[in-house]
Design a protein around this ligand. Structure first.
Ligand SMILES: [Zn+2]
Length: 386
């Protein structure tokens, strides 16, 4: 792809927010593929981010990865003290290495720019970086100090970074999350929560022919439980329950004594979460000779558009209006690291990344035309939040 070389574009010696320049940086980050489960690849990506942050004078801390995940980056502006703004991005993607060479090559077709993880969320992560770099290039400081976190395993639920995210969020007044924009540029002001469970049934094995009556079929018992679980779904309440995986049995001619499933449940609020948890954790076997064990619980807590978020959103709307567009918001069923911070009661705006389509698919792209606008919104928020 041909790109014009326009790094450090200026007008009257003042740096301008330039879409081509932003895209250039986004594509350099997309080019470094970083699947969550490949710590070396994610760390290679972290090297790029760290280098960029250090170059503009940010104070960078790098926490070594563990449990098979990459390193966690945290960077602070050199100015300001006390509670400020936490800007949350993740640098992992769901795509395997080589996706850019096969299933979704990096390319530009009209306003669409394709590539693995470009929409979710290399573009958003880069927008945050570009925004602070722009402010620093202008020789300005923001009213509040900024802390950036670049998370290595958000796509698998942030198992190694969530405590750090929560700890950092508590020290800040606001949280801005650079997940992709939704449905024509909407940002996210509320999220459903997610519960995750593994449920196992133990029955009794026997010969499937000669001693069928002695067996207690764990798969049959699980079938009853699956119907109960799926029956929790109530679209009117934004409550869904999906049995996602199932394993059980050993041989066709053996009455199976083991069966287990994993379950994904989405809830609109904590009250619903508690109601559902009581049901799932209290599941009773239909056949009293079988036993059920349930492990799991809240993966990501839900949060509503509470007062603090509503005020923050109204502020963001004004910033957008000044730039020249109308900002809208929505509640989404999907989870992000914003769940941790929103559920703590810290005003959180999510979905501040690029507009586009096809997260987690091979048809993933961003709209080039959204880059400038979203970057200006991010810069505007950084410059005006007090
Ligand atoms: Zn994401």
């Amino acid at each position: 792809m041909k790109r014009k070389n326009n790094v450090n574009e200026t007008v009257n010696n003042q740096p301008v927010v330039d879409g081509e320049e932003i895209l250039d940086g986004v594509l350099r980050w997309v080019d470094v593929e970083s699947p969550s489960h490949d710590p070396d690849a994610v760390n290679h990506m972290a090297d790029h981010v760290e280098e960029g942050l250090a170059m503009i004078g940010m104070k960078v801390e790098r926490t070594l990865g563990r449990d098979g995940y990459g390193d966690i980056l945290k960077a602070r502006t050199p100015w300001g003290e006390g509670p400020g703004i936490l800007v949350l991005s993740h640098i992992d993607t769901v795509h395997a290495l080589g996706t850019k060479d096969g299933a979704n090559p990096i390319r530009r077709e009209g306003d669409k720019v394709y590539g693995p993880g470009i929409y979710d969320m290399k573009a958003g992560a880069y927008i945050a970086f570009y925004a602070i770099r722009h402010i620093i290039r202008q020789g300005k400081e923001t009213p509040l100090p900024l802390t950036f976190m670049y998370i290595p395993e958000e796509e698998v639920g942030s198992p190694t970074s969530r405590d750090m995210i929560i700890e950092e969020a508590k020290k800040n007044k606001y949280v801005l999350v650079t997940e992709p924009a939704r449905e024509g540029g909407k940002i996210v002001t509320a999220r459903n929560g997610r519960l995750e469970y593994e449920i196992s049934v133990t029955g009794r094995p026997s010969h499937a022919g000669a001693r069928h009556m002695d067996g207690r079929n764990a798969i049959k018992e699980m079938a009853h439980q699956i119907i109960k679980l799926e029956g929790l779904t109530d679209y009117d309440r934004s409550l869904t329950c999906s049995v996602g995986t199932i394993t059980g049995g050993t041989m066709t001619n053996v009455v199976p004594s083991e069966c287990s499933v994993t379950v994904d449940i989405r809830v609109p609020d904590m009250e619903t979460a508690e109601e559902v948890m009581a049901i799932v954790e209290g599941l009773e076997p239909v056949d009293p000779d079988c036993s059920i064990t349930v492990t799991g619980g809240v993966d990501r807590p839900p949060y509503d558009k509470f007062e603090g978020i509503a005020v923050l959103f109204e502020h963001a709307k004004k910033v957008a209006a000044k730039i020249g567009f109308e900002l809208q918001d929505l509640k989404t069923g999907g989870g992000s690291d914003g769940n941790f911070t929103g559920a703590l009661g810290i005003p959180t705006l999510d979905g501040l990344g690029a507009d586009g389509h096809g997260a987690h698919s091979f048809d993933e792209y961003i709209y080039f035309s959204s880059l400038e606008e979203r970057t200006k919104l991010m810069i505007g928020l950084m410059n005006t939040l007090e």
